[in-house]
Design a protein around this ligand. Structure first.
Ligand SMILES: Nc1nc2c(ncn2[C@@H]2O[C@H](COP(=O)(O)OP(=O)(O)O)[C@@H](O)[C@H]2O)c(=O)[nH]1
Ligand SMILES: [Mg+2]
Length: 391
């Protein structure tokens, strides 16, 4: 005998469900009007509680066989109800042992589901926390690196390049070493020997003549080399006298060249010199006429050590135009002057990046011959990162 109780709104509903669930042999044992349990019952209409029974052993067996299916269905229904509208779960009291099992599974399943949902929510918030913290650390680190590079006056393009270099580096080392290696990549130290003909070109006032005097002093006084001086800088009043004075003090041959032919004979007259230093007129990188005139003199020297002299105090935007303008002279190296006039050295990186030529010398003051030196990539890096200063 199977007895089942139904809570329904009307008898039609009761009959449909009893026939469907218990079969046509089922009989109604009792029926009475009741209220829905709980607070909501006070505010809604009455229901009918119908109790039906069936004496059908075959059906009971079949139900027993289908017990597992019912449980599974129950769980599925429960899940759906939880998802959609748990408050609208139909109130239905079932009394068969099988249905008790469904109830228990439902309640167990609900507990598990709730627990899982809770744990999932906790995990989600934990992961969100970790992700936020990671983002924050990355941003802070990036900002710190960027700030260091920007504070050194490295231009935006190179800051990005260095940052990408660090990011994509496969080196198994710390970030600081990666940073230093990325900066050092910009610096190639010139391998040009200070012999034969050395020419200096560049804009006006960057220190070409002073650098020639410094080089002449070092080469003749320290390295004991036989040095000759030639100048084609006849444009500026006093320019010739400036170099002649140094030549006289150092007691080295000095020639002033006005024409291309004179250049040839001046070089010939200094054949016995180990080094001939050639000073040139400062030219504007925007004046292509002046530059091609100068180019003729430079080509006449047949030098393989032509140096573009540029001050590290040059405005960022002017660096590119100077380097582009003077590229017609096919210079081999770069000399960066007036490092003593700045406190940040990122411009060295910007200049070398733009010129794509090795660094030959840097000058660090007005004193002849002391304020000139060659820097290694490591020394440039230390200057740029503020580990060392020039003065
Ligand atoms: N502070 C500083 N001044 C320099 C340096 N080199 C040259 N000068 C000065 O820059 C000015 C122009 O130098 P000069 O050699 O005549 O430049 P040029 O026109 O390129 O030949 C002079 O007053 C020099 O003393 C340097 O390394 N540091
Ligand atoms: Mg000069």
């Amino acid at each position: 005998m199977v007895i089942k109780r139904y809570l329904v709104s009307n008898m039609n509903e009761a009959m449909t469900r009893i026939r469907y669930e218990l079969g046509i042999d089922a009989v109604i044992i009792s029926q009475r009007k009741v209220r829905k349990p709980g607070l909501s019952g006070f505010f809604s209409g009455k229901l009918i509680e119908v109790t039906a029974a069936v004496d059908n052993s075959k059906k009971a067996d079949k139900e027993a066989q289908n017990k597992k299916t019912d449980i599974e269905e129950g769980i599925d229904k429960l899940k759906e109800l939880i998802k959609s509208q748990p408050a609208k779960v139909e109130v239905e009291k079932q009394v068969t042992p099988e249905e008790n099992i469904v109830d228990q599974v439902k309640s167990a399943s609900s507990d598990v589901e709730e627990k899982l949902l809770k744990e999932f929510a906790e995990m989600k918030s934990l992961l969100e926390g970790i992700s936020a913290a990671n983002n924050k650390t990355t941003t802070t680190r990036k900002t710190k690196l960027q700030t260091t590079l920007e504070a050194a006056d490295i231009n935006d393009k190179n800051v990005k390049k260095i940052m990408n270099n660090i990011k994509n580096s496969k080196e198994e080392t710390d970030e600081n070493t990666k940073l230093r290696n990325a900066i050092k990549k910009y610096v190639t130290v010139s391998k040009s020997k200070m012999e034969g003909i050395v020419v200096l070109v560049g804009p006006t006032g960057v220190g070409k003549t002073t650098t020639i005097a410094k080089l002449a002093g070092k080469l003749s006084l320290v390295d004991k080399k036989k040095v000759g001086l030639i100048t084609v800088d006849t444009y500026r009043i006093g320019a010739v006298e400036q170099l002649r004075t140094y030549a006289d003090i150092m007691n080295i041959p000095f020639k002033v060249v006005i024409t291309l032919k004179e250049m040839e004979s001046a070089i010939n007259s200094m054949k016995d010199c180990d080094v001939i230093l050639v000073d040139t007129t400062g030219r504007s990188s925007k004046n292509s006429m002046q530059l091609s005139e100068l180019r003729a003199f430079v080509e006449k020297t047949n030098s393989n050590n032509v140096n573009l002299v540029i001050s590290c105090t040059t405005k960022e935007k002017d660096v590119d135009s100077i380097i582009k303008g003077f590229s017609v002279l096919n210079y081999d190296n770069v000399i960066i002057t007036k490092l003593d006039e700045t406190t940040t050295y990122g411009s060295i990186i910007n200049i070398l990046d733009s010129a794509k030529k090795p660094l030959n010398f840097v000058t660090t003051g007005q004193n002849v011959p002391d304020d000139i030196k060659q820097l290694s990539a490591d020394e440039v890096c230390k200057l740029v990162l503020g580990d060392e200063t020039i003065c």
